[in-house]
Design a protein around this ligand. Sequence first.
Ligand SMILES: *Cc1c(COP(=O)(O)O)cnc(C)c1O
Ligand code: SF4
Length: 325
Amino acid sequence: MKRYWTNLSDLQAAGMIESIEPLAEVEKNFQTKIGPPLQAQIASFSEDDAAYRALTRQFIPAIEEKTILPRELDDPIGDHRHSPVEGVVHRYPDRALLKVTQLCEVYCRFCFRKEMIGHKGENLSQVELDAAYRYFESHPEVREVILTGGDPMILSNRRLMTITRRLAEIPHIKVIRIHTRIPILNPERVDREFAEFLKSLRTEKGVQILVVIHANHAAEFSEAAREAINCLLDHRVMLISQSVMLKGVNDNFKALSELMYTLVDFGIKPYYLHQMDLARGTSHFVVEEPRAIALIHELREKVSGICVPHLIQEIPAGEGKKALY
Ligand SMILES: *Cc1c(COP(=O)(O)O)cnc(C)c1O
Ligand code: SF4
């Protein structure tokens, strides 16, 4: 039976890295996790294909991660400064994040929350969740809660449904967003029970559910992913995307336009394209701002407006997002 690659030995056995020793320190800082569907997706491309490189570069540890620049921060987007209770980030009046878990389906080498993600973190406890619900209840200006992490869909149906239902019962909460990579990278996780539950929140409680798909390259999308996305669409879930502009992955017109076309073909509206935040050991992924702006400009000129996301940069002091285009 296929299983997850969770360490350098697994990667070496699979022929994804040559030797372990040079990467040992890298792995101590940020763990590896690649599941069977993503392994199969990688294996479906030949090694000299740009798609292969786009996948391995995102998920296989690299020696470049050892380069830590002075400007790179532990908390690049200033989450801590805007956290009233554990797990909640409330920076804008009408919406707040709830970081339900620090675990993910897959660990992205460029992750901007890498200092809190993976084995350094865990799920929010019941006590912490209760404090978060009380916070939302006493802040009627919060009309939207964004479940994030980590990847909220790593939680079991039972746990995720309990949290989501509890939020939907707060009368002023009208929208719940779920930020996830799972419908694309582990499509089987999207089962009918979960989709039907999401639909019931809309039909019974009048709460809009948005699933925000994180994807950075067309090569991530499989036929199984299409089924998972179709299942969500069939259950009246609104689908939007967020991507990260990544050097060597999608920093050219061809890759970027293919990504956006693929999203739209699947029924997902491109929403945000993030400029990289200054997380430790990620400088090899940084696309300089003028280049990023030129690329999105080219996209705007050549492809349907439906395919063009907003180019966004987080301001490091925690002051929020700046639209670059
Ligand atoms: C990005 C972000 C949101 C969501 O912002 P939108 O622009 O509405 O997508 C909400 N809260 C925090 C803290 C954020 O960083
Ligand atoms: S899924 Fe998101 S939170 Fe998890 S490692 Fe990737 S970028 Fe980070």
